[in-house]
Design a binder for this molecule. Sequence first.
Ligand SMILES: C[S@@+](CC[C@H](N)C(=O)[O-])C[C@H]1O[C@@H](n2cnc3c(N)ncnc32)[C@H](O)[C@@H]1O
Length: 303
Amino acid sequence: MNVNQRYGRFRPCVAQVPAKGKSNHRGGQKPGRNRWRRGRGRDMNSEMSEMIDTPRYDRIGQGYAQTRREDPRIADRIRRALGAARTVVNVGAGAGSYEPPDRHVIAVEPSDVMAAQRPRELAPALRAFAQELPLRDRGVDAAMAILSVHHWDDAQERGVREMRRVAAGPVVLLTCDPEVSGAMWLMADYMPEVAALDRRVFPSPQQLAAWLGGRTQVDTVPVPRDTCDWTLMSFWAHPERVLDEAARNATSGFARMAKDVVARVVAAVRRDLLAGTWDARYGHLRRLDEYDAGMRLVINTLD
Ligand SMILES: C[S@@+](CC[C@H](N)C(=O)[O-])C[C@H]1O[C@@H](n2cnc3c(N)ncnc32)[C@H](O)[C@@H]1O
């Protein structure tokens, strides 16, 4: 039995984007100002108000779901990590990738732009933040956050502890070990700025374990060459993706870089592809089926 048969739903690696001008969100809610903000701004500290005014993904999330779709192999690992949990909160749920269709999922997502990309068969997302989850202690069986913690800025520790507070069972985090991703050709040879940013924003697996307490297992998740979730880590065998604006923009690594840095990297990769120097140095990667680009699955339980 394959993953699709087992779970009955897998969005295929074909772009499922709404027709121009239409939303695929059930409520038809338009991206834009964050509705959660209304009536709350005044008494919050400035850092929080700034985040609420402009959730990062309201600025960089447009078109995300075109190239960032669930990979069934990674989804299978996440579902196994969730164990027998029947109720799951997905924090930083975005367009809904990796939400298990066979559980009750509460989606938490601050960005309207991301929430508007959720397919209509998924639950709508609550506008809330990891650092203030609207759930009671042990209110759900499990909590998951997929490639999200590095966007929580100064609230990472609070958000991770919140996840631990609300989950009676496992906390499952898909993340990246920046020491490993920084060694990939793209970061090492062309874009040290992203390696430096990643070292600042990704908590190490050890740090996550310390915040979570209890027992933590850290699994290496090799990134398949043919994955349809085009994270920056997936570029390991696909230098051509650097030349593809939509692919670049759906990775926060590129989206957070200054325009001149992106232009420099695109020009250098184009030049090296045309000259054959990229393939001379790294062509062997094209023949691998998978590669450790730094992706890690952190699975925490209370005992
Ligand atoms: C790279 S996207 C991942 C989305 C989705 N989990 C996926 O795997 O496709 C990161 C998500 O984290 C969300 N996010 C950013 N800051 C957050 C916060 N403080 N609390 C919860 N989610 C946050 C963003 O809005 C964005 O949707």
